[in-house]
Design a protein around this ligand. Sequence first.
Ligand code: DC
Length: 222
Amino acid sequence: MISIAIDGPSGAGKSTISRTVAGKLGYLYVDTGALYRTIGLYVLRNGSDPKNEQQVEALLPKLRINMGYQDGVQQMFLQGENVTDQIRTPEVSMAASGVSAHSCVRTYLLDLQRRLARENNVIMDGRDIGTVVLPDADVKIFLTASSAVRAKRRFDELIAKGQDITYEKVLEDVEKRDYADSHRAISPLKQAEDAVVADTSRMDFEESVALIQKIIADHLKK
Ligand code: DC
């Protein structure tokens, strides 16, 4: 089985680019951020604090998290309910960042992610895929863009979804989340030594997809 790890900060376009490339290659696309988001939503729904490890750990035994695919789009199920749309709010983004700092959550999700890669050709995107989850991935890419560009993209996405938000608030959230994701003690966001860096700040979507396809093709040839 072939595994391609794509890591990078939030809003770099990882999910849309990875999903498109996976579609072209016929690989399974796994958005691991959605797993952390689903746990974040679960913790919020239970009235607990995502940053409080004890509270989060106490909730894990009753958690039922499942993934499925509908027309090639990953769907997340929480306690049997499809929460694919509900996990995309700014509130859940912050909760996901909070829960992702706890080792109990990371361990909980590790087996699930590794099993998917054992059983399928995958493009898996996240923060620690090339460093921790799939250290032996065939290709590792660190996909990034400047925080201003990433905030602008996320802002446009949220406005298109009808959310009431300002660019300044989105930029602040992006920078806060970058800081938290790269400074946490466990599995921080960091480039694997053997990862290829792809900076999409000055690229449009098609150019970014072409770049990622080229990196993958060049590496798989070797
Ligand atoms: O990629 P995303 O924005 O959907 O990720 C949501 C949060 O989950 C983000 O704050 C970082 C965290 N995350 C992580 O810690 N490890 C991963 N492999 C994927 C996401």
